[in-house]
Design a protein around this ligand. Sequence first.
Ligand code: ATP
Length: 303
Amino acid sequence: MLGAKTLARAKINLFLSVGPRREDGYHEIRSVMQALELSDELYFRRTDGSRGRVTLRCSDGDLPAGEGNLVWRAIETFAGETGVMDEGGIEVFINKRIPVGAGLAGGSADAAAALLAMNHIWELEMSPAEIESMAARVGSDVPFCLHGGTAMVTGRGEKVQPLEPLPSFQAVVASPGEQVSTADVYRRFDTVAGESGLTGKEELERALSGLLEGVKIGDFEAVCANLHNSLESATIARDRLELYKKTALEAGAAAALMTGSGPAVFALTRTLEDAAGVAWELEKTAPITIITGFADRGAQIAD
Ligand code: ATP
C-alpha cells in the first residue's frame, strides 16, 4: 500500500473524576469518554526516505512538525516495534480541525489514527490488542481514541472498557482558542483545588452510577443530569467557563460542562435545531464554536 487517509476523532469527557497523584506522577482517573464526529484528517504517503524518515506538515503551522508531534511519536513507536521502515520513510499531512490544547484530545486522536495507518500501509494485520498496547505507550488518551464510541476509562487513562454506544446526540463545542497545558491543570488540581468545595464522594458515586445507567439505556436526560468534571475546579479562567455554560443553558442546551483539562466546553442537545440555537448564542462569546455529534467509533481508515 502506498498511502492512506485516516480520520482522527475528538473526545469529550461526560464524567471525569481525578484521584491523588501516583508515585509515577500520573493521576488515577475514572472517566466516561465519548467520541465525537469532529475529526482531523491525516494523509499518509510512503517515500524513499531521501527527505527524512518521518516528515510532517500540518494545516495549522503552529503545531510541532518533529518529534514534539504525537503523530511522529506514534509512527516511531510502531516502526520500532515492528521493524517496518528500516528503509524508506513516511510523509504525513494533518488537516487540523480539532481545536488544539482544548481538552478534546486532538493530539491523541491523531496518534491513534497514525497507528492504524501504519498497520494498513504495511499490511501487517496486527491484532487490535497489539495496536492498543502500542497506543498506551504513545499516550494516555490514545487507546480510547482508537476505540471511540462511549467507554469507561480508568488507570491513567489507558484502560478502556467499551460501553453501549450512546445515540447520536448533538454536542456544541465552544473554545476560547487558547491552549491550556494538561500538566498545569493537574498541578493546579493538586495544589489549590482538589475536590474541595466540589461534589462529595457519595455525590460523585451517585453521578457516575446515574450516568452509567443512562448510557446503558441511551437515556438523554439521565446522561445530562449526571455529567461531572473534577478538573473544572482547577481551571484558571473560571468566569469564562461559567459564562460559556450559562450561555449554552440559556440558549436551550440540556447540559454543559468543561471537557478534560479544558478550556473547551461542550453543550448537549437532543436535536440539530437545538444545537444550532445554542451555537448561535455561543458564537457571540466563544472564538471557536463547532456543532458536532456523538460518534459510535474512533480512529478509522477512510475509504
Ligand atoms: P488532552 O485532553 O488529551 O490533554 P488536549 O486536547 O488538551 O489533550 P491536544 O490538542 O492533544 O490537547 O494538544 C496538546 C499539546 O500537544 C499541544 O500543545 C500540541 O502542541 C501538542 N501536540 C503534539 N502533536 C499534536 C497533534 N498532532 N495535534 C495537536 N496537538 C499536538
